[in-house]
Design a protein around this ligand. Structure first.
Ligand code: AMP
Length: 616
């Protein structure tokens, strides 16, 4: 059974697989890589997806729909061909088509999909995407943030990476920014790549900003110069005009000087002359919106701006010269946009499929992600305006999986139950955030005092949110898993959560770290008192980082420990370090007067060179 990666875009969708040792894009029935995310339903209830459906946007606009990704996770309903469709049912049609294409390409059945979502998608939107997969008949265990997928694709496709892979190594460490600008969403992320880990440090974005907004502005301008409002046109004319506007926008990209919108709509005889300068003026409000998530992501990442080496542009809208020029002016780092910027996400997904299938060459890669929105519960506010406050358990940009507990007390003495609500968002007052769910927890009868209880939120990389409440006086525990729209009562859901947490701990990085620790213990056992003392301190510190949620920290510490062990073993080989230690300098390492930094007499320096600063 095979796995397919699906980039479910607002405008276009793509499928990718891992085949013959590399990520490969799957062509559709027309041999094209991009399948328009458009669904049309005929009177018999048959759904058509892609290019043919796109044609029907003009001929049968009432039974055809595009851009439904913008409504994922809402209760929007579309009436097509006399039937009602939710955004997830429409997405399922697209996924189903891409899965069929992938099966054709691979010649085998596909039963699992890894689907990309905008990093800024919230819990409900993610859950709707997973349900879309299930409706299409495939298991979607993992959703990958679009910029993370793009980062994976880009980091492992540059020249350094190719050379490193050839030498059985990893690409050089780097921190870069991914600017993913598609048809309907903008995601900005700061990506930290080191060893086998591609880690997302921060994301920020706008779920309602994309190339479609430029099309709309151009269409409105075409109407304005003709003295008519866009809404005065019929639905099919509006659709035609939007398509013509999009064509003019693309033409402007290709020619990079000017383009004309000669509309086929009789009410718009005046031709719109479009230049990059004019487009920039028209789109100024959009550029103001672009700047905000950029600044936010860099600020949230805690990475000094000078450590960001480049900005990688992906997504179809990154092709626009006005976007590139704007970013070049705004950012102090090189801005790169490859020819294939609209397939970068899909290629990264293809690589991720390889990781999932444990394919040789990519089996040790780890992609870490973060929680894009803070998760909180509400607490009483004793001060005016007395609006309940959001008490954050998992702050946004926390690396996943994450788990956090806090102790609360119910506000009424003698209450029979406590209400624990889950909110998502960054606002101070709970009511300004989005309430996801609430849980009623039974409290003991006749309690004479306020009951204390510990609330634990666990949020994993597959967007599963677990809530656990333990009442202190009785020790009773209530556990629920939130599936994006309701509580999932089944034991299976709880088991999945625990399983996922366990497997996260089994990441190769942790295995490396544990091996380094074991190695340190062996070296210590064979070493002098001096070496033993020294390693005791180092491994004590190291062991505590094993529980850290930061893979980067773990990798740095593992590297440092291995470097120290290499040095000790090298010195042991020429007797330098041990001779030094056996001279009786067995005091606590790193302390005043410690002679670790002294020349061992043979040109080597034992454990000096900043190790004290780094370790002790
Ligand atoms: P994506 O969601 O990444 O497939 O991006 C789709 C968006 O990219 C749509 O709004 C397209 O109009 C836009 N796009 C694709 N190619 C170009 C181009 N050459 N110039 C301007 N916009 C483009």
């Amino acid at each position: 059974m095979a796995i397919v990666g699906i980039d479910l875009g607002t405008t276009n969708s793509l499928a990718a697989v891992y085949k013959d040792g590399r990520a490969q894009l799957v062509p559709n029935q027309f041999g094209e890589l991009l399948t328009p995310s458009v669904v049309s339903v005929d009177k018999d209830g048959r759904a058509v997806v892609g290019r043919i459906a796109q044609e029907r946007l003009v001929t049968q606009p009432q039974d055809t729909v595009a851009r439904f990704k913008r409504k994922m996770g809402t209760d929007a309903v579309y009436n097509l061909g006399g039937r009602r469709f939710t955004p997830e049912a429409l997405s399922a049609c697209v996924i189903g088509q891409l899965v069929a294409d992938a099966q054709e390409f691979l010649g085998e059945r596909v039963d699992e999909a890894v689907v990309s979502v905008p990093a800024y998608f919230d819990v409900a939107q993610r859950a709707a995407t997973k349900r879309a997969g299930a409706l299409a008949g495939v298991r979607v265990e993992r959703l990958v943030n679009e910029p993370s997928a793009a980062a994976l694709g880009r980091h492992f496709s540059n020249e350094g990476a190719v050379a490193a892979a050839a030498a059985d190594g990893y690409p050089p460490d780097e921190t870069f920014c991914v600017f993913d600008f598609g048809g309907g969403t903008l995601d900005v992320s700061v990506v930290d790549c080191f060893d086998n880990v591609v880690g997302i440090s921060a994301v920020a974005g706008d779920n309602h900003l994309g190339g479609g907004d430029f099309d709309l502005l151009i269409a409105q301008e075409a109407c304005r110069i003709n003295g008519i409002g866009l809404n005065a046109l019929e639905a099919s004319q509006r659709e035609t005009l939007l398509r013509e506007a999009e064509r003019a926008k693309r033409e402007l990209t290709d020619r990079d000087s000017h383009a004309f919108l000669r509309s086929s709509i009789p009410a718009l005889p005046q031709v719109l002359h479009l230049t990059n300068k004019r487009l920039f003026e028209l789109a100024e409000p959009l550029f103001t919106r672009i700047e905000r998530p950029l600044k936010q992501a860099v600020y949230d990442s805690d990475v000094p701006a000078e450590e960001i080496s480049r900005a990688v542009l992906v997504g179809g809208s990154s092709r626009m010269p006005v976007v590139r020029d704007y970013l070049e002016r705004l950012l102090a780092v090189p801005v790169t946009c490859e020819e294939d910027c609209d397939v970068a996400v899909a290629l990264g997904l293809g690589t991720y499929v390889g990781i999932k299938q444990r394919a040789r060459g990519v089996d040790r890669l780890v992609l870490t992600d973060i929680c894009p929105h803070s998760l909180s519960t509400d607490v009483r506010n004793p001060h005016p305006p007395f609006e309940p406050l959001a008490s954050v358990l998992i702050p946004r940009n926390t690396t996943l999986p994450a788990s956090s507990s806090q102790v609360y007390a119910n506000s009424q003495v003698g209450a029979r139950e406590a209400r624990v609500a889950v909110y998502q968002g960054e606002n101070v007052y709970a009511k300004d955030n989005k309430q996801l769910a609430e849980l009623m927890v039974p409290l003991p009868r006749n309690a004479s005092e306020q009951e204390a209880f510990t609330v634990t939120f666990t949020y994993d990389i597959n967007s599963i949110l677990g809530v656990e409440v333990r009442v202190h006086s009785t020790g009773e525990v209530t556990r629920r898993v939130y599936n994006g729209s309701s509580w999932d009562e089944g034991e299976g859901a709880l088991a999945t959560l625990q399983e996922v947490q366990l497997s996260a701990r089994m990441e190769p990085t942790r295995v490396d770290a544990e091996l380094a620790l074991e190695r340190a213990l062996c070296v210590a056992a064979e070493g002098s008192d001096y070496v033993r003392n020294y390693l005791r301190v180092l491994t004590y510190d190291f062991a505590s980082s094993l529980n850290s949620n930061s893979l980067k920290l773990l990798i740095m510490k593992t590297r440092q420990l291995n470097a120290v062990l290499d040095r000790i073993e090298a010195d042991k080989a020429d007797n330098a370090f041990f001779r030094h230690g056996d001279e009786g300098n067995c005091g606590e390492p790193g302390g005043p007067g410690d002679s670790l930094g002294e020349d061992a007499g043979d040109g080597s320096h034992g454990l000096d060179d900043g190790l004290d600063e780094e370790w002790l």
